[in-house]
Ligand binder design. Sequence first.
Ligand SMILES: [Zn+2]
Length: 418
Amino acid sequence: MHDLVVRGGTLVLPEGPRRADLGVGDGAIAEIAEELPGGREEIDATGLHVLPGGIDAHVHFNEPGRTHWEGWATGTAALAAGGMTACFEMPLNAHPPTIDGPAFDAKLAAAQASACVDFALWGGIVPGNADRLEELHERGVIGLKAFMSASGTDDFPNADDATLHAGMAIAARLGAIVAVHAENDALISRPHAGTSWRDYAASRPPVAETEAIARALAFAEDTGCALHVVHVSTGRGVELVAEARARGVDATCETCPHYLFLREQDMETLGVVAKCAPPLRAPEPLWERLAQIALVASDHSPCPPELKDPDDYFFAWGGIAGAQTTLPLLLTRADPATVARLTAHGPAERFGIARKGALKTGYDADLALVELGTLDELRAEDLRYRHKLSPFLGRRLPRVVRTLLRGAEPAYGKLLRP
Ligand SMILES: [Zn+2]
């Protein structure tokens, strides 16, 4: 007898959606069949879609060190409320930044104390830490992240070309994936006029992104390093990565819900809550290239509301809070199989997370039960993260009825290693 039977739902399987029962034993998917006998526990999923729990490959939870910005407890509670069962947390915005072994240990302790979904930790490549990358890799980082332009936090300086190239050569030897924030630092650091969203957008033009992506791809090709370009905002950026992949470079990219669901002009109506880097652009070129995008991640990057200066688009903290809304937003426009690819299969496969990211026998029973036909208006009080900011308030989103981590309510997250 299975510990749990999820009965009568439409399972979003790797081969496509199918109505079936799903049996859980010891936290794993034990059996998928048209009709299973009764389990010790049952969930009636009639009328619901059952997706693999999402893996958010890009979040900033700020703990330790800046827990008043966010924290593992609140950040992962928001993920779980939005159907996500795992996340990869970025090496900056917490303090100390994850650029050596002891900093990794400090963050791991904070995550183990409070995370309610599974997690992996990114390490960082910064000037001067080339000799610490191996110890980060040995501790099990999911990959190594570098900024090609100023990161916004002083304790995580950007990698100049020499630092990035050397870091990628080391990563290639270690077999680690390098992720880059790709914007040309010189171009976006030019003196700018004004303080409006239009001035801000003009200061970070698409060519700043596409040039940096092309340079990172050249470094990846030269060093043999696996490259993942985070939060690509332009169709041309996606195309560059796809072209490199076609000629044999091990390169992938992600985009974020805000680049898919918001456009440049939304900065005017939404204000600084919609500030991010690269800035919002036109979504349609990304939708047209969705098949070339490996995954969609939130880039949840919150801050205390007082840092969102409404009068100065440059000075305001740049980062969109979105840990809770990735899956529901995507389901408003993409079919469930595509959403499962972008939020679960994609990240698990790219980063080599075993037995995660798909509804398959033997995999962890990480499930998101969603009622596609019931749309709820997103309200600030529904948000589980620390500061109730979102550019998506007021949107009508499908209801995430329940999230299960290893067959149970999300309560204790484990460290995931590639
Ligand atoms: Zn980020």
